[in-house]
Design a protein around this ligand. Sequence first.
Ligand code: NAD
Length: 311
Amino acid sequence: MQISHLGIHDSVDAVFPPEQLREALFSIDPNVEVVGDDPDELAGCDAVVTFAHRDGLLDSGLEWVHSIQAGYDRFPLAEFEDAGIILTNSTGIHGTSVGESALGMMLSLSRRLHAFSCQQTDREWNRPDWDEPFTLQHEPLCVVGLGTLGQGIAKRADAIGMHVTGVRRSAESMPHVRKVYANDDLHQAISEARFVALATPLTDATVGLMGTAEFEAMREDAYFINVARGKCADEKALISALEDGEIAGAALDVFEEEPLPEDSSLWGMDDVVVTPHAAAAEIDYYNHIAELVRENVQHIDADEELTNRVV
Ligand code: NAD
């Protein structure tokens, strides 16, 4: 395989300006151009870096497509396979950003920062009830899915003295995690936690992983954090659990439908923090992507296996 023309699909604009990535890739060998959906533009490329899937990517004679997201649930993998197009993703780059975002969400809920922020909009000075704020130190956190995101969250939570446990397919131990549970023990793992943070990919096995039974298994003073994908949790069951006081609150970066519809009751709930799928957003995002793309161009030149290959 030879990559002499690399396209940056303009859909990356959802995360950073395409030109930023083009400039960051200026020094690599292939010609790097920003492209749109025009079939002629795509046909002029050997490889494309993209945010979104487009059917046009499948019939443009491309050798390789790189997604700037970690999740590849929106790409038709079988069709890539049939078309003989390599698909790579961007897992491995979001541990710090999402780890810090999840920590921020937990701090916001425990220190009541989300409530103060709402009050400030109305110029109101209300101290919290004496028993509302708490500290995260010694609080149990259960991280479900211990990949890049999960480890990024666990490391930061451990650093501020939380008692971190986790759930992974094998119950093998991990740094920063005091106890690792196997998937079969999910209910036991989450039943002990003050915070449950979901960090799995969206797959057939994880659709609705957190549903009615799981929210029932959680403590009534527990908070649910979702930085994975909206569909990994059953949103209807989550709303019921919040309304019925099965759990105390939630911080959600991802939703079954995005943007979160205006009429969703999640917007108006006191102890729910809503963020616009921005947990991984950071000014250096394009640089992390440039590093991955550079690395894979080198692998291609050396006839080596690509990093983060999905198909
Ligand atoms: P990763 O591949 O590094 O880690 C995923 C981990 O989940 C792996 O360790 C895997 O073994 C584990 N896993 C898979 N199925 C599981 C199951 N059924 N039970 C328990 N663990 C399971 O991926 P990552 O970079 O950590 O990203 C994870 C997901 O988070 C992505 O697929 C994406 O959907 C989402 N994500 C969201 C944002 C955001 O902005 N909110 C950013 C990056 C990634």
